[in-house]
Design a protein around this ligand. Structure first.
Ligand code: FMN
Length: 207
């Protein structure tokens, strides 16, 4: 199995998504010792945002791209190859302003590309994901709690967006482990942390 881990927290010290991911991977590697593991850190090394040249290159057929266009897409191509390589994605994606961190959005802007990770048929106006046959596990800590059906729940664009964008590129088997209430008093914070840890340990043995 091939596991791609992507971290997007901008902090290393005290990062809940990073420490839970580390624990998960340690157990996962014991359960599945033959797993190959690749690591991408968009929190500390974010991909560049698309530029005008990048967009032109993206909509120019591969064989017609100029050397500048090829250059503009080099990082995006590498990120897509890496994504397509993986069977399993482990994503550390904290909530930032009710959505994903901007570095992770920059990552998505680089990998969600027509004819690479999805197709579009104008005749039927249908989209088809190309990054199929993968599972994703997302660890998403937040300061607050976003209970579905409440006003807070409506503000949780992070989880709904992640689910939608992964489905768009063909990844339907998605497990999200939220770690809410991380700015609450220690007892509540620890309870949520333990609950997430328990879910992750169970998944690490059988995902
Ligand atoms: C720029 C920024 C924006 C944040 N926005 C939110 C938010 O909208 N809602 C929330 O509940 N927590 C928010 N938080 C808190 C983080 O989600 C929380 O600290 C989480 O634990 C960060 O993940 P990490 O521990 O892996 O670094 C924000 C944190 C930062 C740095």
């Amino acid at each position: 199995m091939k596991l791609l881990e992507i971290q997007s927290s901008v902090r290393k010290e005290g990062s809940i998504s990073r420490s839970l991911s580390r624990e998960f991977i340690q157990i996962w590697q014991t359960s599945y010792p033959k797993t190959q593991h690749k690591y991408r850190d968009v929190g500390f090394k974010p991909p560049a945002h698309p530029t005008e040249l990048w967009v032109k290159a993206n909509y120019t057929p591969k064989e017609a791209r100029t050397p500048e266009m090829v250059e503009a897409l080099i990082d995006s191509e590498q990120l897509i190859e890496e994504l397509l390589w993986a069977d399993l994605l482990l994503l550390g994606v904290p909530m930032y302003n009710f959505n994903v961190p901007s570095n992770f959005k920059a990552y998505l802007d680089n990998i969600v590309r027509v004819n690479r990770t999805f197709t579009f048929d104008p005749a039927t106006y249908t989209f088809q994901g190309l990054a199929t046959g993968k599972k994703a596990l997302i660890i998403t800590p937040s300061a607050g709690k976003f209970t579905p059906g409440t006003h807070g729940g409506k503000m949780n664009f992070c989880e709904t967006y992640l689910q939608a964008i992964l489905e768009f590129i063909g990844i339907n088997d998605v497990v999200i482990v939220p770690v809410p209430d991380q700015f609450m008093p220690d007892e509540i914070r620890q309870q949520e942390l333990e609950s997430a840890r328990t879910k992750l340990i169970a998944l690490a043995a059988n995902w």
